[in-house]
Design a binder for this molecule. Structure first.
Ligand code: FAD
Length: 383
């Protein structure tokens, strides 16, 4: 694997760094306090091509490889994980899945709008009763002529109150377990679909997280994504690539923690010297630095495997597991360097820790990643 960035990749990284410095970082604390990112950011993300990365140009995408996608995601995560999540879900979980599984009409209908930011996507898998055991979901889609009538509740849906379309997973037919699940692209203004914003999150407070309730929502059969009964495979393929995106966002958090800790340690004086001169403070900083590098290398490896058409699912679980735990550790270590100032939100590191915490929970908890890795190594499913 070549660890040098190409000129093109470096240009994309710089574009993302400039964008984040101008459009994201200056507002991140205010958005966190207000519990709402300014929605204007979506169009801005679309206009610089960040919502269309890796998507084919014929469908409005901006092309690029998965390493470039990681670089942009890292910079966004460095600035504000709430904004990073908007892209990871709308592009990473929805648009890329439409590109991979969609028919020509579905691609033409949704990809140009999702890539430009004219429409936003959300991913409706989790339910109040099923999180880790997602294949056991209860939402039902019952055939009615040329349509399906869909009823059920989806929980913790990122972009939920903002999105124009939900990639929704529902049970079709009577087959129990994950084999009876199908995927649908459902416009969120469909009659019978209501949304309730979820407030009071520990982190990612700027993000529009919602509960979606569907009561006999009429969905044409042509909105099914992928074959009937293959919805769980659609979801798992989306999440495998999504985990790379979460991992890249975590690298961004850890890098931001490192930048902040080094800067503060040089400025803050105690016992007549900068705290950077104390070995125990340097230990905190060097632990963060090793976590940044290790998480970044694991994440880039996933991008490299995808771009070379190799199997990447286990590598993605390893990267997501390591990078999410590393982001929590790094933000916590940075908070220690800041002392009491780390505990108030005028300084950046408390938010990094709050935002990092959920990364070990969503798109498969750390325990679930370990079961995926363990199954790949032993051949035995321990779920
Ligand atoms: P549970 O599955 O109930 O797990 C509880 C605990 O039990 C965890 O520690 C877990 O690791 C452990 N556990 C469960 N099963 C096992 C096992 N077999 N072995 C060992 N331990 C086990 N979902 C979406 O569909 N779309 C979204 O956009 C989305 N965004 C989210 C945003 C936020 C902010 C949050 C908090 C969640 C989001 N989720 C989303 C849901 C998220 O993916 C789930 O919360 C996650 O999968 C865990 O499910 P759960 O919360 O039901 O926990």
């Amino acid at each position: 694997m070549n660890l040098e960035l190409s000129e093109e990749q470096e240009a994309v990284r710089r574009l993302a760094e400039d964008f984040v410095a101008r459009e994201v970082t200056p507002h991140a604390v205010a958005w966190d306090r207000a519990e709402e990112v300014d929605r204007a950011i979506v169009k801005k993300l679309g206009s610089v091509g960040f919502l269309g990365l890796t998507l084919p140009e014929e469908y409005g995408g901006s092309g690029g490889d998965h390493l470039a996608y990681c670089l942009v995601t890292e910079e966004l995560g460095r600035g504000d994980s709430s904004v990073r999540g908007i892209v990871s879900v709308s592009l990473g979980l929805v648009a890329k899945t439409v590109a991979a599984w969609g028919g020509e009409e579905q691609k033409r209908e949704w990809l140009p709008r999702l890539a430009s930011g004219e429409a936003l996507g959300c991913f409706g898998l989790t339910e109040p009763g099923t999180g880790s055991d997602a294949g056991n979901l209860a939402t039902r889609a019952v055939r009615d002529g040329d349509d399906y009538l869909v009823s059920g509740t989806k929980m913790f849906i990122t972009n939920g109150t903002w999105a124009e379309v939900v990639l929704l997973f529902a049970r079709t037919g009577d087959t129990p377990g994950h084999k009876g699940v199908s995927a649908f692209l459902v416009p969120t203004d469909s009659p019978g679909l209501t949304r309730r914003a979820i407030h009071g999150k520990l982190g990612l407070r700027g993000q529009a997280t919602a509960e979606l309730v569907l009561e006999n929502v009429r969905v044409p059969a042509s909105a099914m994504l992928g074959p009937e009964g293959k919805g769980f495979a659609v979801a798992m393929s989306a999440l495998a690539k999504g985990r790379m995106s979460v991992a890249a966002g975590c690298v961004g958090i850890a890098q931001a923690a490192l930048d902040a800790a080094v800067r503060y340690a040089g400025e803050r004086e105690q016992f007549g010297k900068p705290i950077a001169s104390y070995q125990l403070v340097q230990e905190l900083i060097s632990d963060i630095a090793v976590d940044v590098d290790a998480a970044r290398l694991l994440t880039w490896r996933v991008a490299d495997l995808i771009d070379r058409g190799q199997d990447f699912a286990t590598a993605a679980s390893k990267a997501k597991l390591y990078a999410s735990e590393a982001a929590v550790r790094a933000a916590n270590n940075a908070l220690q360097v800041f002392g009491g100032y780390g505990y108030i939100d005028e300084y950046p590191v408390g938010k990094l820790l709050r935002d990092a915490r959920v990364m070990t929970l969503y798109e498969g908890t750390s325990q679930i990643q370990k079961l995926i890795i363990g199954r790949a190594l032993t051949g035995v499913s321990a779920f």
